[in-house]
Write a protein that binds this ligand. Structure first.
Ligand code: SAM
Length: 360
């Protein structure tokens, strides 16, 4: 899809990675400059260097990494024209729709083309993606990007309202993916487009349960089977490099932490019995609107907890032995950060040809 050469050339699309939050696409155009809070860079200076290079700014303000685009990086860097699909959902949908090299797929709507790029790479030049978008300006922009990214032969983009006018192919595709506000209106059309000679699959992406219920009814009415709904939830893992400490030191810290907790418990008991004596209503300065506020104390406790358990070295290691300088540890966040959407999957199983009769 994109250049596979080792070195960057004029006219290449590259991904400029500045920070995890600041990732942008750049078309290398000698004569132009890139200005950012991490300094300024001449496009011409990037020509001829290997993809993946770290480049210092001309005014010493910082550096950038210049990366080869991939569908994953494109999803992180693309200009948003709509809400988009992110990698957790893309991977899940691709897998459950059994999209693979050579598959024929329909998607609607195209939106910002995030899902399209991943599908195009998966199906390769032996597969095909029919993508539909009813917003004309979005359709034109996506078509332009597909062509610039070398996907023009793999993707056919049609500007149309699929709920009203249906798709442009019949009995052709292995999978249909609908990311539309009213997917139920496109399900009969999707059934027409799906292959009838082999098992075919559909997925509808909807943010709320009411949409799921209407979609499930429509899938049932149209004869789809194995209707299953998944919710994707994100639980990030944080990876840190920490300095390990000897067991004795870790035990000391744990003891101090335990003591602090006990002091706090005693303090709370004393405070609540004083309130009872003074006949005051139960109020807690740590509680606002039913939510516990993070006090500095509790924050300190958190730090203590984070520091200790992963940082202990083998008890058999003698104090004189040097400790490893850094070790990687990961901590799973207790909070589920994001509900992305509900994914409703179903299958269309080929019906036996009517001419076949079973003889006893
Ligand atoms: N999956 C896309 C991505 O990953 O970038 C994002 C799709 S966006 C959320 C939904 C798109 O569907 C919008 O661009 C909208 O214009 C388009 N759309 C809504 N109803 C449509 C319809 N009936 N026919 C075709 N496109 C439609």
């Amino acid at each position: 899809m994109w250049s596979s050469a080792r070195d960057i050339a004029a006219g290449d699309l590259v991904i400029i990675w500045q920070t995890r939050e600041l990732i942008q696409p750049l078309l290398i155009t000698p004569g132009k400059d890139l200005n950012s809070r991490f300094g300024y860079y001449r496009h011409a200076d990037l020509v001829g260097i290997p993809y993946g290079s770290k480049v210092g700014s001309r005014n010493g303000k910082g550096f950038i990494h210049v990366l080869r685009p991939t569908p994953e990086l494109w999803t992180m860097a693309l200009p948003h024209r709509t809400q988009i699909l992110y990698l957790a959902d893309i991977a899940f949908i691709t897998s459950w729709l059994d999209i693979k090299r050579g598959s024929s797929v329909i998607e609607a709507g195209t939106g910002s083309g995030s899902f399209s790029h991943s599908v195009a790479r998966t199906i390769g030049s032996v597969g095909h993606l029919w993508s539909y978008e009813f917003h004309e300006a979005r359709a034109n922009k996506a078509r332009e990007e597909f062509s610039l990214h070398g996907m023009a032969d793999i993707v056919t983009l049609t500007h149309r309202n699929v709920c009203k006018d249906g798709f442009t192919v019949d009995d052709t595709v292995d999978a249909v993916f609908l990311d539309l506000p009213a997917p139920w209106d496109a399900i009969e059309h999707a059934k027409k487009a799906l292959k009838k000679t082999s098992p075919a699959r559909i997925c509808c992406f909807s943010p709320c349960m009411e949409q799921v219920l209407r979609t499930v009814s429509a899938l049932n009415d149209s004869g789809f089977t194995d209707i299953t709904m998944f919710e994707t939830l994100l639980r990030p893992h944080e990876v840190h490099q920490i300095s390990p400490q000897p067991l004795t030191q870790a035990v000391e810290k744990l003891k101090k932490l335990e003591q602090k907790r006990e002091d706090k418990r005693q303090h709370q008991i004393a405070r609540s019995s004083k309130r009872k004596r003074d006949d005051l209503p139960e109020t807690d300065t740590d509680n606002v609107g039913g939510k516990r506020l993070r006090t500095q104390e509790s924050a300190e406790e958190d730090v203590g907890i984070r520091d200790i358990p992963n940082a202990v070295v083998d008890p058999g290691q003698s104090a004189s032995q040097p400790l490893p300088i850094k070790m990687p540890v990961s901590k799973v966040s207790p909070d589920v950060r994001g509900h992305t959407s509900y994914l409703t999957f179903a299958r269309l199983v080929p019906t036996a040809p009517s001419s076949v009769t079973i003889q006893e």
